[in-house]
Design a protein around this ligand. Sequence first.
Ligand code: GCW
Length: 708
Amino acid sequence: MRRLIALMAALFSVALTAPPALAEDGYDLWLRYRPLPAAQSAALPAAVLAGEQDPTIRAAAQELERALAGYRGGQAGSGQGAILLGTASAPQIAAQRLPLSGLGEEGYLLRSVTVGGKPVTVIAANRPAGVLYGAYALIRRMQLGQPLAGLDITDRPKVKLRILNHWDNLDRSVERGYSGQSIWDWWRLPDAKDPRYIDYARANASLGINGTVLNNVNAKAESLTAPYIAKAAAVADTLRPYGIKVYLSARFSAPIELGGLKTADPLDPAVRAWWKAKADEIYRTIPDFGGFLVKANSEGQPGPRDYHRTHADGANALAAAVAPHGGIVMWRAFVYAETDPEDRAKQAYTEFKPVDGKFADNVLVQVKNGAIDFQPREPFHPLFGAMPKTPMMVEFQITKEYLGFSTHLVYLGGLFAETLEADTFAKGRGSSVAKVIDGSLDNHRMSGIAGVANIGSDRNWSGSVFDQANWYAFGRLAWNPNADPRAVAGEWAGLTFTPDPAFVQPTVQMMMASRQAAVDYMTPLGLAHLMATGHHYGPGPWVSDLARPEWNPTYYHRADAKGIGFDRTRTGSNAVAQYAPPVARRFADPDKTGEDLLLWFHHVSWDRRMADGSTLWDTLVRRYDRGVAGVATMRRQWDALRPYVDAERWEHTASFLAVQQREAQWWRDASIAYFRSISGRPLPAGVAEPAHPLDWYKAQSFPFAPGN
Ligand code: GCW
């Protein structure tokens, strides 16, 4: 009885002290301002003082207030000094005589000072956007429980344009979107502005993202009509205080569709006049409009090649229209043509390399991280380093079209970093892709990085909690392309769940291993593009009946009775020759390429001996098994982390991991069943048979898979 009473009392006191029921649905992302432990909360600054009247500084101050209120859990501030924020035009900031000159337009300084005997944390910058970024940096520190005393920190972004690309359609569907509908409610804009746009702006500003392309690169001309410009302007008004500019994807043939012209030839004076008038119209409504993103002559989109003009001619026509307003053009290099029998991996280089130096000053060429298409693993794109006279942006895909949609836990920080760290050898050793895109290798004034957004109308924004980490990692690596993806994962996990190392350490381990697991169960050893047709959901390595050769998985793996892989050496397509000589030499030699990219560059025998002495066939099979085992490990790790995570987000993640396990097994079984039918080799001893015969896998169909 006594024990029962004690138990009841314990339950009762728990009930009394339990925090108010807050839905942990992931909406708060990493801006999760929950009560901090008492000791930490007692050390928080009591007041926030904005140095000046400015919408961006006001946004920064409000964010700090909001964070502090959340950390204190409703308790009043206990008076540990203040946070003072502003630019040098605020007298209180100017009085501090801070070294701001090296911070540029967007950098910030955090410094602990004493004013009138009181401790003050100063957030200072040259421009309000820098102050905002500094505020978020301080918030990160507070939330992660890092010391707030004795601060003297400066930071500034290495890349100028840090931009999200939304592949969002005007009907609110999202191409390759796996997190609901578009957050842009085009129909109800401009009158109704979803309050969510502000939270979108906060989340992006917290990472330093400073631009967003609102509509799909497969663009409709209508997005450039007056009503849609007004809608974009309403979004721009909401995002402006957060330092985020709005850009639009432009359809190259819009002068025909909207202007009634007979041609969209970029050298035709009437076409150029149309673009100029259109740009003037946009800037009248959106004075700080960023500019255009263009997908031209790719996958059926119109472009300058339709008029026998170069990509530079096309880009320059639009660039001339936005230049007087300070706008830019981001011209995509993702081109390949149905009429071109050349290896798809070579086509972009072939088209673009000759026009290096021909682009207007306000054009950047935007290049996907790899030469084919956002595969689980690709070597870096040969255009990086090959166009020194042109500012090059890298485009990553944050949404996981080829990496298990939003149901597979695959952390992309490592994938992004793998490309950024890759050495192009364009100017000798140390010519990393990061240095190409941050402009430092060739001294470019402009620099940029783009990520295809994974943001949608889902309550948790990205479809899964762990996909929020990919948005986060993109933003942090855009700010600093040399950042360590492991550190970024730890920061994200600490902010999103708890900074307790007992949680963060295994979570980071799980995240860091997750990408290789996906590579292993989908496309190991340098294989690529073996996904099913159209929606790219699940395996389809057998598909060979599509109209265009390079749409077929068989085009990519080239498996036959003797071997597997795409010969891109001199005996094959010679794509290796598009890389700088030291890189080309490595990729041309199957013994030096590395197992991770072996079949990307080489067609090798099933019986080829790998480094550890086993055959290629046996290694391939074991890679599939290793991938499936990797997912099983993640599930065990997540089970063990249950005590650290709220029930809602834990269960959501656990249910997705179960999906991933099933689908990894499916990928493995289907791929092994198919490749065995080609190789004629037996499974290595002890390896499990696929669950079904090959025909069963071939018969699966998913007409309603999302994002297509
Ligand atoms: O990855 C492929 C996608 C297309 C996409 C295209 C592109 C927007 O399958 O959906 O179209 O790339 O990047 O243009």
